[in-house]
Design a protein around this ligand. Structure first.
Ligand SMILES: *Cc1c(COP(=O)(O)O)cnc(C)c1O
Length: 369
């Protein structure tokens, strides 16, 4: 077979994508650097492991795995009860990224544009670009979403505005007041995705606009069990929106998503208040330690309302040097080149021990230079 162009089957907007590159795994770092004790502070996972009640719920479902799942109906009902909504306002999927993928397939057509910030959450960047639509961004202002600038960039072709609050990778939030002013400038034909993957970590901040407190017809809220409930490996997330939006998403959703075990895990996790509180307390201690210690060493730390901190350095070399030095000490952090921020690294909070070890390793690196 002879082809003139590289791969005629593949549209150019797919060909130009690169497959998702996961962070370094614990096993890989152990082998490469000959270490036994490795901490992964790279993917915003819960250092306490999965919610125990979620694990119990998974075990109870194992013997029914010969049967097809019911499309998330049980979890939708449970979420509706917990959040005082109707099941028609709720969708469940394979992680919030599974739902995001559905949103992109459901609402975007050829001439539509997507608008968000520079260096937005990588999962969203990839999904939006894979649809071949125009993807426009606005720079951060002081590592925060510049909502007035975003509002000014909305055109008649803008179909989706994507906002993560708290944001990944910066960890920053926009306030209720900022969102209210922004919302007044958004036409009703524009869908706002409010990605609240880290909302549990931020919800006690009085400035944080928990989007459950105001429901607009053109806003969809996305949340996940991947972070605070420690279930990233199970793939379970959910969304809240107007019932017409949900009804259309359900037409496009894979019918047997989420899996039986994922749905059970979500229902179990929602009951696990004890695990939620333990996770929140550990994270608050971790954020304080990482932020105060790094600042004490003269390193800039962006204030975070999530379970990670971002460190912006003056140069890519500096960020790369620290990432490598930490790897050699058995601490995996996330360099942010793939997000479009090669001068920055992101560090997730770990156990108290892991956080202390990370601080120590950063301190040693500073002394050596
Ligand atoms: C981690 C994360 C998610 C979660 O994705 P899942 O598919 O639910 O695992 C979504 N959005 C942002 C901004 C994240 O950081």
């Amino acid at each position: 077979m002879v082809n003139d162009s590289p791969m005629p089957l593949v549209p150019p907007y797919i060909e130009s994508l690169r497959p998702y590159e996961a962070g370094r795994s614990i096993d890989e770092v152990r082998r490469t650097y000959g270490l036994t004790n490795v901490s992964k502070l790279a993917s915003n996972e819960n250092p306490l492991g999965p919610s125990p009640l979620a694990l119990e719920a998974i075990r109870r479902e194992l013997s029914g795995l010969n049967l097809y799942p019911n499309g998330g109906l049980d979890l939708r009902r449970t979420l509706a009860e917990n959040f005082d909504l109707k099941p028609e306002n709720v969708i469940a999927g394979s992680g919030s990224e599974g739902i995001m993928s559905g949103i992109i397939r459901t609402f975007l057509c050829d001439d539509d544009e997507v608008l968000t910030t520079d260096a937005a959450f990588i999962g969203f960047q990839v999904l939006a670009r894979s649809r071949g639509v125009k993807y426009r961004t606005v720079p951060y202002r002081d590592w925060h979403y510049d909502l007035p600038a975003l509002a000014a960039q909305i055109t008649e072709n803008t179909k989706i505005v994507y906002l993560a609050n708290p944001n990944n990778p910066t960890g920053t939030i926009f306030t209720r007041h900022e969102f209210d002013s922004f919302y007044r400038h958004v036409p009703e034909r524009v869908l706002i995705i409010l990605d609240e993957a880290y909302f549990e970590y931020a919800q006690d901040n009085p400035r944080y606009p928990d989007s459950m407190h105001y429901r607009y017809d053109n806003v969809i809220t996305l949340r996940t069990f991947s972070k605070i409930y420690g279930l990233a490996g199970v793939r379970i997330g959910y969304g809240f929106a107007h019932e017409d939006l949900i009804a259309n998403l359900l037409k496009v959703k894979l019918p047997f998503e989420p899996s039986t075990l994922a749905q059970a895990a979500g229902i179990g996790a929602l009951m696990d208040k004890e695990f939620l509180h333990r996770s929140l307390e550990l994270n608050a201690r971790g954020l304080r330690l990482l932020t105060d210690s790094f600042r004490g060493m003269g390193i800039a730390v962006v204030p975070s309302d999530a379970n990670f901190v971002m460190l912006p350095f003056a140069s890519t070399e500096e960020a790369r040097g620290l990432t490598e030095a930490l790897l050699r000490e058995g601490v995996i952090v996330r360099p942010l080149g793939a997000f479009g921020l090669p001068q920055c690294i992101r560090i997730s909070t770990g156990t108290d021990e892991e956080n202390a070890r990370c601080v120590e390793a950063v301190g040693e690196r500073l002394c050596k230079r």
